[in-house]
Design a protein around this ligand. Structure first.
Ligand code: CMC
Length: 436
């Protein structure tokens, strides 16, 4: 980061002396005011719940321009990556900073597929869960448990350990997600096949059974690969910030990523695709297309507590670029499977059309986000609704680990320790129980 020519001056109306604060510039995007010495100089904190105006770190990985609807991984537009690269190359880019050349791509792919199996003991650990457990509960446990199985990659201060943990996590996540699914439906686990692509192998681990041959459908394989690319990173969102904060204590990478999985589960974050599909299914049950208008009135009524899931974003105040690419994939998958007349897809289109024209949404700059169409695609592929967020965690693992490793290598890194504006009771004495 570069020191800007200007400074910010903070003055107070009570006569306290004003102070100058340095301003830094990034390569693109808003400048930041450096407030690190603010408390030392004034005895005051800043107050910013939800981090609406706070840059919590410097990062060179992902850039979002929410007003333009632009998303760049290491400078490359998401549209180019989604149409010209595959997920493995995207992982290489996020982790190492550059897209691989042909040889690097082969080597990286080989490195990943060498680690797709998980310790056989993991399945006994999995057995401790109820069969009807939510896959995200299972995944939080399984990912955290990796630290109990791979002791040679748990030292976050060791760069080699961090590299091995990154490879292991990316390689093993599809195996773990598929195992969580198979366990839930009572089918035998399917071991990874390393002659398949990352997405193809995942499809096979999900849908093959030992008694039949399984052929990967290339359209579904490409669709899944695109879902993975679109979800691979998204700068300092809630789960990524969770991974950074968790990792800042020096905990092992598997524990930090498990914290990210737990955070992603929430319906305001990764759980939105599940919530969005459930919303569309509910609407379908209530009468479908003729009921869309009534439903949209409920969404606009603050007292109803109903939100249009898959719409709105903290950063995008324009169409989420990932939603456009997802809509394209949605059309391809539904055409491949002969589901063009899928009622949920028609419903989604009708909801989107009303929302894009309605004042409520226009004024608040609420546009479809990535989750609006990803649920329909995943459902068409045959992925159960409660596994959608698991797929999201699989894809986001590379982003989390790239951000975690970036933080640990940053010379300015410190344990994260926010402060607070205390509004509770001032010091008081404990009274004997009879007098309380
Ligand atoms: N439906 C109806 N109204 C909405 C919606 C929505 N989906 N989203 C925001 N609003 C309204 C909100 O009520 C508020 O209205 P008012 O100004 O009258 O009080 C205004 O728009 C601004 O919303 P906000 O809650 O201040 O915005 P935020 O930045 O805090 O929240 C959000 C962003 C994503 C949590 C929110 O838009 C939301 O809950 N959306 C639905 C869930 C969803 O699709 N989440 C996925 C996000 S993308 C995937 C990911 O990155 O994880």
């Amino acid at each position: 980061m570069k020191l800007a020519d200007n400074k910010a001056t903070l003055s107070f109306s009570n006569g306290s002396p004003s102070i100058d604060l340095p301003v830094y510039q990034g390569s693109v995007g808003p400048d930041v005011i450096d407030i690190r010495k603010l408390y030392g100089q004034t005895g005051m904190f800043t107050y910013d719940p939800g981090f609406l105006s706070t840059a919590s770190c410097q990062s060179a990985i992902t850039y979002i321009d929410g007003d333009k609807g632009e998303l760049l991984y290491r400078g490359y537009p998401i549209e180019q990556l989604a149409t010209q690269c595959n997920y493995m190359d995207t992982c290489h880019l996020l982790l190492k900073g550059e897209l691989p050349n042909e040889q690097q791509s082969k080597d990286f792919n080989k490195l990943i597929i060498n680690h797709t199996m998980v310790n056989e003991q993991m399945q006994f650990f999995l057995r401790g869960f109820r069969r009807d457990a939510h896959p995200m509960a299972v995944l939080t446990g399984l990912v955290g448990a990796l630290s109990a199985f791979y002791h040679d990659s748990t030292d976050i201060t060791n760069a080699e350990h961090r590299d091995i943990a990154a490879i292991r996590l990316i390689a093993k996540m599809p195996t773990l997600v598929a195992m969580a699914y198979k366990y839930g439906i009572g089918q035998p686990y399917v071991y990874p096949r390393n002659d398949l692509s990352y997405a193809g192998n995942f499809l096979r681990m999900m849908f093959a059974v030992p008694c039949e041959d399984y052929k990967v459908n290339p359209v579904l394989e490409r669709a899944l690969d695109r879902i993975f690319i679109l979800h691979a990173d998204h700068e300092q969102n809630a789960s990524t910030s969770t991974v950074r904060l968790c990792g800042s204590s020096g905990t092992n990478p598997f524990a930090a990523i498990a914290a990210g999985v737990a955070c992603l589960w929430g319906p305001a974050h990764g759980g939105a695709n599940e919530a969005c599909l459930n919303m569309l299914e509910d609407l379908q049950r209530q009468g479908g297309l003729p009921k869309v208008g009534e439903f949209m009135e409920q969404v606009k009524d603050k007292n109803s507590g109903v939100k249009l899931m898959g719409f709105g974003h903290r950063v995008y105040k324009n169409y989420d670029p990932r939603a456009k690419l997802m809509q394209e994939t949605c059309n391809e998958v539904l055409a491949e499977l002969g589901l063009e007349n899928d009622p949920l897809f028609k419903l989604a289109k009708a909801v989107e059309k009303i929302a894009l024209e309605d004042d409520y949404f226009v004024q608040r700059k609420l546009y479809p986000n990535v989750d609006f169409y990803s649920g329909i695609v995943q459902r068409a592929i045959g992925i159960p609704v409660n596994l959608f967020t698991g797929i999201f965690s699989l894809a986001r693992t590379v982003g989390w680990i790239a951000q975690l490793n970036e933080m640990i290598s940053d010379t300015e890194y410190k344990i994260g320790r926010p402060r607070q504006l205390f509004t509770g009771s001032v010091a008081r004495n404990v009274q004997p129980i009879g007098k309380r």
